[in-house]
Design a protein around this ligand. Structure first.
Ligand code: M6R
Length: 609
């Protein structure tokens, strides 16, 4: 859960590394460091805290070296201190190494290396790798890194510099992302595309068990077993604007407002039956396999899991296929009963979430077809899956997931509709209504966003609440979970997502004037039930904010405050109902002076367990 960047070229490497680290900070930001090769020596600088601390340090210590690596860390082993920040050096100061991932057998390796006389300077799992490189080095950095990685278990994206080979960076990956950018007389290395986008659009995605050697002249790819790899670079078509804030004070707010366009990109054109068939026909899983699916298991974490819960409702309603939605960190260690007739759907924004990836591998081993629903092109989960539906939400930088979520919801609804049509469980009229509702989502989202000023007012009125209960039913129970997660993660307010009908089985005892219930009304059978649940809370002194269509007189009658949303088909209502909840969390966070885009203790992609 860290960010890596490397540069070899004609410029001082720091000029590329520091802005690159800034664009990688979403991967972790508790300490940062750089190393450059300068005058035949390795110079390194590290600092705990945000990147600005390192930048301040370097302002007083200009570094001119034109080959270098940088790292932004999210601690897993060892506190976020200067000593534990990367890069790590060997005993002789000949090698500097940065790493993203976890070395699971680091304790055993460290014991052995200490017995052999190595001195350790940190409490990280990473440091063993640089000492292993030191032990194996016989004048060939590539061979030494290969030998070192042969001994480690776990996950890594690593990059290493060597004083004796000052023209190169050698890098490798296993279960952690790494890309190479190809320039003219300069090459780049990074955990993710935005870091190198200002310099090049020609990218090589490193595959599992591959390594790369970067020199000014070019890049050589090999497998970790030493065999050469030839790969045509991919041209990335994101523009830099898309990865920057575009005039909004925070990435999160920008991404909330991007949802109409993001959802339009997910839909990708007309929403009719023939297009749906073409779309799902080209995802990599045979139409026949999908037609004979007996069961669906959705595997995901966090917000993506909430999208999976909505997907469960839609798949059961529209396709009549029994569906369960599993938290990936549980699924991977359970005893799931899977086979070729179970479709596993892995939902993930980043495609790098360690638990989701492990779940996918587990499912593939059991012979189940796996469909990834993912935003990041070429990331690990789609590559480990049989088929992939890309949501095309564009880069999501804010740690709190927003547009990734709504686009996942759209993907799940389209999947449910497709499965229903394929299996003949969904009649054409109903399919047509659902597809029209999906097609209308960009407009409905714009309407929901137009109520931002009211949401801001609501945040002001309710920010003093001691606790929040987000309640929902059916399609909008996951909306309640998601609203509660948002306010917890960025505003640091206590909140729980709960089934509205469950309140009376315990939590209603907590209701007093310090409790605010945020009630997400659904159309259909549960609407009146929700109204009764809200009245029960009001009768006990609790305050109620309703998310409901502006013309819902019943909701307006029972609530203290209404956050209005457009009236849409219940199947797609989670897409619009979550918008005021995202905005509510955002405004509460701003009012509380929180660091909206980089909430404490969190990182964007959880690439470790
Ligand atoms: O990249 P993924 O979608 O796999 O990430 C899963 C979760 O870590 C993520 O949704 C997390 O819960 C978000 N920060 C919530 O806003």
């Amino acid at each position: 859960m860290c960010g890596i960047i490397g540069y070899v070229g004609p410029r001082p490497a720091i000029e590329v590394i520091l802005p690159g680290l800034r664009r990688l900070e979403y991967r972790g930001y508790d300490s940062a460091g750089v190393a450059v090769l300068e005058g035949g020596e390795l110079q390194y600088d590290r600092a705990p805290g945000r990147l600005s601390v390192l930048e301040g340090l370097l302002a007083g210590r200009p570094r001119e070296g034109t080959v270098g690596v940088g790292h932004t860390r999210w601690a897993t082993h060892g506190e976020p201190t200067e000593a534990n920040a990367h890069p790590h050096l060997d005993c002789t100061g000949r090698f500097a190494l940065v790493h993203n991932g976890i070395i699971e057998n680091h304790a055993v390796l460290k014991d052995r290396l200490v017995r052999e006389g190595h001195r350790f300077g940190s409490y990280t799992d990473t440091e063993v790798i640089v000492h292993l490189v030191e032990s194996s080095y016989r004048g060939d950095l590539e061979a030494a890194l290969r030998a070192a990685l042969d001994e480690v278990e776990g996950s890594f994206a690593v990059a290493v510099l060597c004083r004796d080979e000052p023209d190169r960076i050698v890098a490798a990956r296993r279960n952690s992302p790494l890309i190479v950018g190809l320039g003219d007389g300069a090459q780049y290395l990074a955990s993710d595309v935005p870091a190198i986008l200002p310099y090049t659009r020609k990218v090589l995605y490193l595959e599992e068990e591959e390594m790369a050697t970067l020199t000014r002249e070019g890049v050589a790819l090999r497998r970790l077993d030493g065999t050469a790899v030839h790969r045509t670079p991919t041209t990335v078509d994101w523009d830099m604007e898309a990865a920057e804030k575009g005039g909004y004070p925070h990435f999160m707010l920008k991404e909330i407002h991007e949802q109409p366009e993001a959802v339009r990109a997910t839909i990708g054109g007309k929403t009719d039956r023939s297009r749906l068939r073409r779309l799902f026909g080209g995802l990599g899983i045979e139409a026949e396999t999908l037609q004979h699916v007996e069961r669906v298991v959705v595997v995901a974490c966090g917000t993506a899991w909430h999208a999976g819960l909505v997907g469960k409702c839609a798949i059961e309603d529209l396709a009549g296929i029994p569906t369960q939605c599993e938290i990936a960190s549980e699924f991977r260690y359970g005893a799931p009963v899977l086979g070729r007739d179970t479709l596993v759907v892995a939902v993930t924004q980043s495609g790098e979430t360690a638990d989701t990836l492990a779940g996918v591998r587990r499912a593939r081993e059991a012979g189940a077809p796996v469909l990834a629903v993912c935003n990041v092109l070429g990331s690990s989960v789609p590559r480990a899956s049989e088929g992939v539906f890309y949501t095309h939400a564009g880069p999501e930088i804010g740690v709190a997931s927003t547009k990734a979520y709504t686009t996942q919801l759209v993907a799940m609804t389209l999947l449910a509709t497709y499965l229903g049509l394929q299996r003949g469980t969904l009649d054409r009229q109903r399919a047509g209504r659902v597809l029209r509702a999906v097609g209308g989502l960009p407009g409905a989202l714009r309407e929901a966003l137009a109520a931002d000023a009211m949401v801001q007012e609501c945040a002001r009125r309710f920010q003093d609440s001691r606790t929040f209960f987000y309640i929902g039913r059916r399609y909008n129970l996951p909306t309640a979970f998601e609203g509660a997660l948002k306010i917890k993660e960025i505003a640091y307010l206590h909140a729980e997502g709960y089934g509205a009908g469950e309140m009376k089985h315990g939590p209603i005892a907590l209701v007093d004037p310090g409790l605010t219930a945020v009630a997400v009304f659904s159309e259909g059978a549960t609407h009146d039930k929700m109204r009764s649940n809200v009245e029960e809370i009001r009768a006990r002194g609790g305050r109620v904010v309703a998310v409901a269509p502006a013309d819902d007189a019943e909701a307006a009658r029972v609530a203290d405050f209404v956050l209005p949303v457009p009236r849409v088909d219940e199947v797609v209502s989670p897409v619009v109902n979550v918008v005021p909840l995202q905005l509510l969390a955002y405004h509460m966070a701003v009012l509380g002076g929180r660091d909206v885009d980089r909430p404490r203790n969190l990182a964007k992609s959880v690439t470790v367990e």
